[in-house]
Design a binder for this molecule. Sequence first.
Ligand code: ZN
Length: 93
Amino acid sequence: MLLIECPWCGQRAEIEFSCGGEAHIARPADPGSMSDEAWADYLFMRKNTRGLHREQWNHSSGCRRWFNVERDTVTYRINAVYRMGQNAPEASA
Ligand SMILES: [Zn+2]
């Protein structure tokens, strides 16, 4: 079982969380000026990283807050957990 460190609640079992996909995808400033292809790319295209990957997680069965996780997709090792709005760790990824 994967254990995830919620920044507010501490270490909990993976079953208490929901993964929200790739982190740090900024909404375009002016979507109206984008082509359909660029808008579709923003909405649907995500990295399929082998190795370090940054994801959004929600503690859905706990405090219900969102936070970011930097995780290795090969080993499942979690390198860092940080709150929304905080900078990602520099040493990795
Ligand atoms: Zn929590």
